[in-house]
Design a protein around this ligand. Sequence first.
Ligand code: AMP
Ligand code: MG
Length: 401
Amino acid sequence: MLTTAEALQAVLAAIEPFGSEVVSASQATGRVLHQIVRAERDQPPFDRVMMDGIAFAWSDYETGQRVFPVQGMQTAGDAPLTLENGHCIEIMTGAVLPENSNCIVPVERITIADGNAQIESDYAVKKDRFIHPRGSDYATGAHLLTVGKRISSLDIAIVASCGETEVAVASDPIIRVISTGNELVAAGDPIEPHQIRMSNGPAVVSLLAQHGYRRSEHDHVVDDVETLKKRLAKHLEEAEVLILSGGVSMGKADYVPAVLAELGVEVVFHKISQRPGKPMWFGKGPQGQIVFALPGNPVSALVCCRQYVISALAKASGVVASPPEFAALSTNISFKPDLTCFQPVKLLSNAAGQTLAVPVKTNTSGDFAALSSTDGYVELPRDQSEFLSGSPVFLHRWIAH
Ligand code: AMP
Ligand code: MG
């Protein structure tokens, strides 16, 4: 049986990089950038006024002048006026600094009467104060976003400020999420007492969407060899990535591995020395399709989806990997089995600035309701069984960076 590290390695090695596509900037959030985004102009693009007030020349102020005839007004968006000797111009925040001016006094420190602005007698004027100089944030052509960055809403501000309406991103693979199980009934359909609401499929589709993968469709297939064969063959024909749930354990209705093998999907591994999620199956189809078969138990399915599926998709999208993240356990944990434990946790911080991982108990690996309060899970290594409060452990957030 593979270790968690070996399984992750095998998954990352099996998946080929996705290509690139150009999308509208309004659709780019969550996608992985495949181009450099460069500054269109200096930022700010002109010497920018940072206060409402007046602008005048230091050379006039130096001679002792404290009352300035108001020559005009300049607000944000106006083309710059040229200041005349001995005058001032009323300026508003965001305006271009008028030509020939280099001093600003805020409106609170002046009085204006009869077309003249008078500076408060005890106000100490400083040359160049309240001026945000042109190019002081960055210069034209600066690399503001680089290849491999997952685009956040903050990045969208940069894309827009660079004048880009479109960006090149990793192409969005066609994904099929397939829930297997006779007992499963979709929300909205009538349900009998002996049946189970299908939750894995919608949750997996949602986790994918939160990571920017939006071309996934969900299907439900019953535990019947012929039906499975027919439907999986179709999905293999139409999609690049298949994510199944259920049917990979040792039960008599667990047909998934055998059916996938019959369809020419070569097994890369079956089972990982971990809990939850030990029965996970992974293989590669005849046309290079990537097939993840997650255990049906909801906690197992979600942990395996985040740990292996999202990591593989991120690698194929060209995401620049972030450094590993750690958290300190908030309590002692004992985990005896010779397996890696993926323990769901809620994150808190303490007064020392540490991130604390608070274990959230799931009754069984079917207790997905308990996951709602969690931020991710910690990885407790296989070769250890006692984990002390305060010890650092690897943290995996549900939503990867
Ligand atoms: P299996 O791996 O098919 O043996 O399923 C293990 C457990 O997970 C069973 O109790 C199933 O009812 C449950 N299960 C399987 N698939 C789903 C699903 N899509 N949504 C919710 N529960 C599921
Ligand atoms: Mg099943």
